[in-house]
Design a protein around this ligand. Sequence first.
Ligand code: ADP
Ligand code: ARG
Length: 665
Amino acid sequence: MISFKTVIFDLGGVVFSSPIGRLAELETKYHMKTKTLNRHIMHCKAWKRMETGVTNPIQFVQEYDLEIQTGIKNKSIHPILQKVSGQLVMDTISNGTGIPRKQYIETINSLKSLNITTVALTNNFKTKEKNAAKGMFSQADVMKDMFDIMIESYVVGLRKPDPKIYELVCQKANVLPSQCIFLDDIGANLKPAKAMGIKTIRVMVDDVNGMQALHELETILGGKTLFTTGRQQQQQQQRFNNTFTTKSTTKSISISKSKSISPSITSITAPSSTTRRLQTISRHLTTASNHKYHYLLSKIKSIKQTHPNNRAMKYFNEQYFATLDSSAQDIFIQIIKTGIDNPDSGLGCYAMTPSDYDTFSPFFDRVIRDYHNATASSVHVTDWNASDVGDNGVLDVTKLGLKELSMRVRVGRNLIGFNLPGSMNQKERIRFEISMLKAFDSLIADPNYGGHVYSLSPDHGPGITNPNLISKKKYNQLVQKHVMFKDMDADPYLKSAGIASDWPYGRGCWQSDDQECIIWFGEEDQLRIMCMKTGTRLDEVFNRLKKMLETVESIEGIEFARSNQYGYITSCPSNLGTGMRASVHIKVPKLTSDGQTDPHGNSPTCKAICKPLGLSVRGTGGEHTPIGKDGTIDLSPSSRLFIKEKEIISSLYRGIEGLMKEENK
Ligand code: ADP
Ligand code: ARG
């Protein structure tokens, strides 16, 4: 089942009653065919210019009249349209903004409590200017506090049905089109959205208070009740209708012919719009999936051309994709969404559950083998016994002429029984945190560790306080000391993968009393387990982490997800295998002199020297951060998979040696 994350509402005709009725009155008054005026306005240049913010209502009135005159002259416009002036159009449309429908307000609130993002998407125009038409106010202003996101056509310079405006919605809400539902009263606005993969619901003019559309929304969201107002009356009406339609057709015909009957009861004798709508929902659900990825597939094609280093796009195969059933396609798209949203990705994908590496192995295996330079015979072996590396297991940097360095070794780990962070929801994130508290308690009780839990979760559910909640100030201090991770929401790769979602729920860390042992929870992997200290012996940090992992693994309920082929499972294929990154902060001012002028604070020279040594260079704040002003870099071996743990720590040592030779040349 698709997990919908966003509901998009048009305002006029959906959240507010429809203005179409008011134009219809003018059409009747001036003996025009139904919708003549309505269609003309929606398609004329003057209206478009106003709705995209080029002109204001005063300018619209002038441009509209001019367009009518020119159109009549060159016979492109029917003369009857000149009966209604631009001013009359403006007055009619702005005469009464309408009252927001209570059912919609309730629905928007219910969606919020379900953690669904609500978006208002309205074609509108400037009304705040001093030259705006008198007495006008904007529906968007009335509703601005109701919605998470408000997109007004005149503000963004785009209007429905331009597909770009739907792209903008997805970008702002950080979702895929297939994760959105869109309600609008104009079919033409829904069409391109549907073609992009957005689930669409048309709010019909004869749908009383738009309730039928809301029922459709409820059905799509799995039958949740989203509103109560008017529901009972509607059900009574429905029961009443059913009694007559099912018992006897003749009776219903006679009722429908009766003059005294109200219009809504008359409608029951024809196949009711309700029944028709309900019948079409299931058809609608299946056919939508055939179209829904057209847009993304074409985007992937173009990224393949423009960014050949984006592995997820490189190995995306449309034929393979077509073999997947619809729900597998949804998951697969979620996996590669980060690569679509961030064409500059090197990987461009994150697994959503540990089993994804098997389920989508024709894709993942190619990405993994390419990224990790695997040969046909590569097999992953775990080996933490570093007693035979360096000098009888000792890796002392003073032997390389260096003083104390800040050293850190971490592994990424995930537990079986939980989704990977990209597909966790807020509840599961909290559940994971709570389940880890038991493990932290046993570490705290162990004299080798002790320590504290620092949590960012605002609460542990409605009304449940989080005993470990820390202040923003404390969090910032911990980030400064490299104890806590940075704001994940600011990382575009993690964000579009859903890994940063619900931030900061389920996020935090445990740190031992001596501050050397740390376990992050809720970052890119469910757990990042690490040892960090300033010293000279790499083997000390490595062996302490080894011990600590043994302790953690012995705690009841902790079972790390593993694969026979790829070792320990991580969200990102780059971390598979050992999940290990061993790093030092080391000063290389000569090799990094270009870093002082680099716009991103990188040092391309240093990176180029490190690459053939199998080393990666990061900034002093971690990945995607600038190197230190004094030439300090974060240096770590690049390999994680098809390499033993003990080989990683010894290659860091040899890497430091090689790099210092270059620095001192
Ligand atoms: P990860 O290492 O988990 O992949 P990052 O590269 O973002 O993630 O680093 C996480 C944090 O660890 C950052 O604050 C970074 O500065 C810090 N860090 C990494 N290596 C060291 C080190 N050797 N000494 C001190 N802090 C370090
Ligand atoms: N998703 C990013 C990319 O594909 C980063 C990958 C490596 N980093 C990581 N933290 N997993 O380029």
